[in-house]
Design a protein around this ligand. Sequence first.
Ligand code: NIG
Ligand code: FE
Length: 420
Amino acid sequence: MTLRPVDLLIRGASELATPLGSTPRKGRELAALSIVPRGAVAIVGEHIVAVGPEDELAARFAPARTLDAAGGTLVPGFVDAHTHPLFATTREDEFELRTRGATYAEIAAAGGGILSTTRGVRAASRELLEARLERHLDRFLELGTTTVEAKTGYGLSLEAEHKCLEALAAVRARHTVDVVPTFLGAHDFPEEFRGDKQAYVELLVREMLPRVAREGLAEYCDVFTEGIAFSLAQSRRILGAAREHGLGLRLHVDQLTPLGGAELAAELGAASADHLEHVSERGIDALAAHGVVAVLCPVVPLFLRQEREAPGRRMIDAGVPVAISTDFNPGSCYLQSMSEVISWAALRYRMSAAECLTAATLNAACSLGRGERIGSLEAGKRADVLVLDVPNHRHLAYELGRNPVRTVVRGGRVAFERAR
Ligand code: NIG
Ligand code: FE
């Protein structure tokens, strides 16, 4: 039998663990990983052509190159479906204020919070924003995130949001990490519109959104639906307009107070409803009924010193497709590591390592409309593969505080290798 030539064979792993399919896994399926002892991956060009036991693949393929996993574990590249990486200044002062008892809402009301980051973004050049974003993407890659959703939302004016979207487009075109752009002009009301909030909603609907859509600068539109930000009615108006412009919808909902944002996300047919610390039973049912992916951010309540957490276990058991993310941003979660998110999701939501892995890969990919292309190790999908220096996928949740990523393969090419 002649061996079929392939470009790359990843071999030498103790285990390969991956969810399967191209649609969001829910309920019991969330834990249904394919676990292949001594599993290997054969790659041609950008894509996976076969996944299976190493012995089988070695008997079928003649690889031009091999990558030795050295007893590690192979998993799909992480997909982080919720981040805010377009900022120029950080807020460690607020972190410390919270350790002394101040709340997120109090700090925001005193002029800190999102508006503090907005001042930094408005003062920054596009070049500086690009440089900062690039640095963040480099870090995401080292930590094993091969696809990242990235929101604007610290410009909050026509010009400043446009500057952020252009920086995003420029960096996106040249960086190895796959970036999904989201327009979050409705993150907060800027200082100059605090006296007339409806006027900012109209600016978003009549000028900002049409321009974003016309120039093709975003795939999704997000709104911070919250007592201290956009009301349900304002959110409905903005997201309705976004949908008419052909943008997909993602929403920050029920994070600080129970406003019924999950129900709104379901009503609008959103791709995702994110945060959900205060989601109601009706909201959970609505997300399950409409198949809206709940993108949970398990480290955010910890970072904000909030007691209340999203009812992760309850949502999974109710049939909501759940994804997990960092929510990387300078205010409520300065964290880029999906492996850390996996540990915290396990501990806080009582999720198994298998459930966490699916939530951090396939389900997150599905929330970004990419379930057919990425999120699992299967023939036909893009070869985004991590070599982890852990003996099995359970170890990923179990071990905290260390980057387990030894090698990142992105689109069939080695994109990162940790120095030994
Ligand atoms: O997802 N909740 C709104 N937005 C961010 C926080 C933004 C900030 O504080 O800068 C979040 O938690
Ligand atoms: Fe967020």
